[in-house]
Ligand binder design. Structure first.
Ligand SMILES: [Mn+2]
Length: 426
């Protein structure tokens, strides 16, 4: 077994049968075969094995390795590989006879996810979703499954841009803050992401009781429906915040690795644009924002800095008492007024602004009045003074409505869960 301390720059040979079982973050791979005149190298930062990158389908006498999206960056080198070898290509992959002793030399990334070793197994995502739903309030999943879930989800977030470009129809969800049953209500009403597209605006964790359950379920759904569910980052998806507001304690209580989740948070996209007209971010605007490519050029993985543009996008709040920028009574960032929003709309051609970050009594609010299409959306019910939760449903032309709800009764909690299992997993 490879442990955390000796992960860097190890050359390590693995046969394909082991590869079927294991998932690991790799930097490059060398293929060698004694039987075929074959030697090729794939350089690929941060490939996670075990899910989509190498889909391995067992057949009676051979194994097909189908090379999928994870290898996009190295397609050129795969091309070289293709011309070098005599292996039969099939179904977009290649197959070889087991006796050919095809070997993989794998260099582990210099900065892998710290919790990757021992190597994780690839799991069936439906099984993992079922376990998460069944185990809420208990130990959500095993540490092995957590490790797989985090590695696999990471590989999807890594491929996404810092600013997501999405298409409506889509349902937008604000802060959840550990209110797992509010999330189950949403899925129970609108369906899993195969039936309804989703954008989540961050603050999945902290405060509520079931942060771990929420983040595990959302990661599992990202793995299952990567093009139908999108997650951007909130200010609580940062270790210096979520170590103090409940998430770390919940991870410890459920026997899971706090830093493993946070490594995935460091890779989450920051903002989303829907139909080129609606701008979505957790907190709001920043005096440092002059061009959108400033956001697009953020390096990931990264923690949220203590100040500056990245910090403001996740921490700032609207303020109807000022026209431009003012101080914030949070310990960081700024507040912004109506003129800032109007300037942003006219400069970039947006017509709608959707943000989260503040608890509002009806679950949604237009802080500058209905004449300015700027919405605060909050989806955790009974978070503060028995507030309602709300989600925003956008049709394909960005006409919207709100679905608003109170906190669930004990009976409803069971009904939501059973309904989801019956509708999506049986
Ligand atoms: Mn927030």
């Amino acid at each position: 077994m490879i442990t955390e301390t000796n992960l860097s720059n190890i050359f390590w040979r693995i046969n394909v049968d082991e590869l079927v079982q294991n998932g690991v973050l790799v930097k490059n791979i060398i293929f060698k075969s004694q039987n075929y005149n074959l030697e090729a190298q794939i350089q690929a930062e941060s490939i996670v094995f075990g899910l989509r990158c190498l889909k391995i389908l067992k057949k009676p006498s051979n194994i097909i390795l189908s090379i999928s999206e994870g290898f996009d960056n190295s397609r050129q080198i795969i091309g070289v590989f293709r011309s070098l070898n005599q292996i039969l290509y099939a179904n977009g992959g290649f197959c070889y006879e087991k006796e050919s002793n095809l070997l993989f030399s794998i260099t582990i990334a210099e900065f892998p996810l710290s919790n990757i070793g021992p190597l994780t197994k690839a799991y069936d995502v439906d099984t993992v979703i079922r376990i998460i739903l069944k185990n809420a309030n208990a130990k959500t999943i095993s540490k092995d499954k957590q490790s797989w879930l985090c590695s696999a989800a990471y590989s999807f977030f890594e491929k996404e841009s810092v600013i997501l470009r999405l298409k409506a129809p889509i349902t937008v969800v604000g802060d959840l803050h550990g209110n797992f049953y509010d999330l189950l209500r949403i899925f129970s009403v609108f369906g899993f992401p195969d039936r309804n597209n989703y954008l989540f605006l961050g603050d999945y964790v902290d405060r509520g009781e079931n942060s771990v359950d929420i983040i595990c379920l959302l990661f599992a759904l990202k793995i299952k429906y990567p093009n139908n569910i999108y997650l951007i980052r909130g200010n609580h998806e940062s270790r210096i915040i979520n170590r103090d507001y409940g998430f770390k304690a919940e991870c410890k209580q459920k026997g899971l690795c706090f830093s493993n989740f946070n490594e995935v948070f460091d890779m989450l996209p920051i903002a989303a644009i829907i139909n080129e007209k609606a701008f979505c971010v957790h907190g709001g605007l920043s005096p440092a924002l002059t061009r959108l490519d400033q956001i697009e050029s953020f390096e990931r993985p990264s923690d949220i800095p203590m100040e500056g543009l990245f910090n403001d996008l996740l921490w700032s709040d609207p303020n109807c008492r000022i026209a431009h920028y003012g101080p914030s009574n949070r310990d960081t960032s700024v507040t912004y007024g109506k003129c800032v929003v109007q300037d942003f709309f006219s400069k970039f051609g947006f017509e709608l602004f959707i943000r989260a970050h503040e608890s509002v009594s009806n679950g949604y609010e237009f802080p500058f009045g209905h004449e300015i299409q700027f919405v605060t959306l909050f989806s955790a019910s009974n978070y503060f003074n028995q507030n309602l939760g709300s989600v925003m449903v956008l049709d394909q032309s960005l006409q919207y409505s709100f679905f608003t709800y109170d906190s669930p009764t004990e009976l409803e909690k069971i009904q939501f869960r059973d309904n989801i299992i019956k509708t999506n997993l049986l």
